[in-house]
Design a protein. Structure first.
Length: 447
């Protein structure tokens, strides 16, 4: 099985993801990303390469970040340890200080025993598949082994958080003064920086899920567990709530009435606003095939072209980079605003959705009416070959379902990339219709 998944290397810390693996991966990263014209020019001028390393607060991040730093320094790379910061902060800092690459230690929305390693190339961009493959191959090859003064140094990145906060605030054109925002930081990487940033932007802030102990990340809080955020918004009478995940690269919202505003709705609000202000490049939004039919219809109604990609924010970002587009994302809350970020940024997204509430002087519930959410039913059919998604009988059943739903619904069958599993997703005008069609198709997939 390949070491790299859809979002870096991830697994049980001290299970498959050991300190030895982290160190070797860092050494191989120095070999592969230390090549190229810019890296060679820096070496000729007597400068060592530089890498930014950050982590989320899960307890295993201590030994994994230490192993990564050791692997890089032993390869002649100077390491700036940024401590606990969101993934998008690490990506931003790589570009901000013109570092050669960066490493983030996080397992995002996974439970605390898991951890992961994400690598960013120069400029703070995610690695393409071919570069990840080269790094994996380099793990078995010779490593860089400088001696004496050529070894790397490890030092504290003292102003890392301040640089990121200033960057976020500079992206805003509207003060949040007068807004009451509840923030759920998932006991994760945003626990310190998100409340600070929203307060600096002018908002009154109530905070939950911001007491990380290394073991409680994502535990009953954050973007995958919204009940506590909903309750706190209703209890305090706040204008809206913002939920991050463990590494704060995603954002979901809750309106003043406790209704969930998902990534599709957030993108719809931002896309229409950006188009009206002439900020949406080529009047185009990029989303995945899993985005709701309601988003397709809303964008068409506002003269916005919707480009779709495979599931995964890396594919959204690839298409955005190809077309130079300014907005894209996923239903799960990974929203990429390429004018300000090279990856999904939950703090940036949350600030801008709150800014729309302040700018338009309308409640979030009113802004969300730009899009009608179609009921969506997803069934994971387990224990079947992934090829079932393209079986003739299955395709015939899908065609029949699509004809039945007409313009009022949508069908998507998607095989898992890692498991013997086929995902059946159906959208329809009513929950009952979506469930009925999905269950019928799932039965056909089971064979």
């Amino acid at each position: 099985m390949a070491l790299f998944g859809t979002d870096g290397v991830r697994g049980l810390a001290n299970g498959p993801l050991t300190a030895d693996l982290a160190l070797t991966l860092a050494q191989a990263t120095a070999v592969v990303l230390g090549q190229g014209r810019i890296a060679e020019a820096r070496r000729r001028s007597g400068r060592r390469l530089t890498a930014v390393v950050a982590r989320d607060p899960r307890v295993s991040g201590h030994f994994l970040s230490a192993a990564v730093a050791a692997g890089l320094a032993s390869s002649g790379v100077d390491v700036l340890d940024a401590g606990v910061l969101p993934t998008p902060a690490a990506a931003f800092l790589v570009g901000d200080i013109d570092a050669d690459f960066g490493v983030m230690i996080s397992a995002s929305h996974n439970p605390a025993p898991d951890n992961g390693i994400k690598i960013f190339a120069r400029g703070g961009v995610k690695l393409p598949d071919v570069v990840e493959q080269r790094i994996e191959e380099a793990m078995a090859g010779p490593k860089l082994a400088p001696t004496g003064g050529a070894v790397g140094r490890i030092s504290r990145f003292a102003d890392a958080e301040d640089r990121y906060v200033v960057h976020l605030l500079a992206s805003l054109r509207t003060s949040l003064r007068g807004l009451h925002v509840v923030l759920d930081c998932a006991n994760g990487a945003a626990s310190g920086v998100s409340p600070e940033t929203f307060r600096d932007a002018g908002a009154k802030v109530t905070v939950i899920g911001a007491d990380p102990d290394g073991l409680n990340i994502n535990e009953g809080v954050g973007s995958t567990h919204l009940d506590k955020l909903i309750a706190e918004v209703l209890r305090t009478g706040a204008d809206l709530g913002i939920a991050h995940d463990g590494d704060a690269d995603r954002c979901l919202a809750v309106d003043a009435d406790g209704r969930i505003i998902d990534g599709d709705q957030i993108m719809a609000i931002l896309a229409v606003s950006m188009k009206d202000r002439g900020l949406l490049k080529d009047d185009t939004l990029v989303a995945t095939v899993m985005s709701n039919l309601g988003l397709h219809r809303a964008m068409a109604a506002h003269g916005i072209h919707l480009e779709t990609t495979a599931v995964g924010d890396r594919y959204v970002l690839e298409r955005m980079n190809e077309g130079g587009y300014s907005l894209g994302g996923e239903q799960s809350g990974h929203v990429i605003m390429s004018d300000y970020a090279t990856t999904g940024d939950g703090l940036l997204t949350g600030l801008h959705i709150a800014a729309e509430v302040a700018r338009q002087r309308k409640p979030l519930s009113e802004l969300a009416k730009v899009m009608t959410v179609f009921p969506q039913v997803l069934i994971n059919v387990k224990g079947v070959e992934r090829s079932r998604a393209t079986d003739a009988d299955v395709l015939s059943a899908v065609a029949e379902a699509e004809a039945e739903l007409g313009d009022s619904g949508r069908v998507l069958l998607r095989p898992s990339g890692t498991e013997p599993l086929v995902r059946v997703m159906v959208e329809a005008a009513s929950e009952a219709d979506a469930k009925r069609v999905a269950e019928r198709l799932a039965a056909v997939v089971r064979g």
